[in-house]
Design a protein. Structure first.
Length: 165
């Protein structure tokens, strides 16, 4: 019986950690289709929040961050990260068109040293269900998909807490 219990615990551990696996396949819906992305190379992983959330909250508290930032972390349910090497501007434009046709609102575009950072959200009423952050540089692209249940007021409080410092 003890062996069976250990095997079960080992299986559960592997199941919970399977989201930590780094993959060379895209993990964001637009890139998972049958599109031909030429010579683009993808690297993606899902952040296991049940492991990362306590670490992130502790690090924020140690850095003296506000409760608004810590509360924001509590409301996040899933994070996906993907990088693209050798991505073209056409790929990024197609991605932008995909987001527009799927009701993502452009919240901010920041240009810094030739890199563009775009923040887009998908809302359900006043609640934000999905936030996509994309960074487009000349050689690489990075995409972060954050799913959760937070409001624009939550984001505003977090931004204000950083501006007050």
């Amino acid at each position: 019986m003890k062996i069976l219990k250990n095997i079960f615990l080992l299986f559960c551990t592997f199941f919970l950690l399977q989201s930590c696996i780094v993959s060379d396949k895209p993990n964001i819906a637009f890139f998972s289709g049958d599109n031909d992305f030429e010579n683009a190379r993808f690297t993606s992983f899902n952040v296991p929040l049940f492991l990362a959330r306590p670490y992130i909250k502790r690090a924020l508290r140690e850095d003296g961050e506000s409760e608004a930032a810590i509360n924001m972390v509590k409301k996040v349910s899933k994070i996906k990260v993907m990088t693209v090497e050798n991505g073209s501007q056409k790929l990024f434009n197609d991605y932008t068109n995909y987001l527009n046709s799927n009701h993502y609102e452009d919240w901010a575009t920041i240009k810094h040293n030739g890199d563009n950072v775009n923040i887009r959200v998908k809302q359900n009423g006043d609640m934000i269900k999905n936030m996509l952050i994309s960074v487009n540089s000349k050689k690489e692209m990075a995409f972060v998909e954050i799913k959760g249940n937070f409001s624009s007021d939550d984001i505003s409080k977090m931004i204000n807490s950083f501006e007050d410092r």
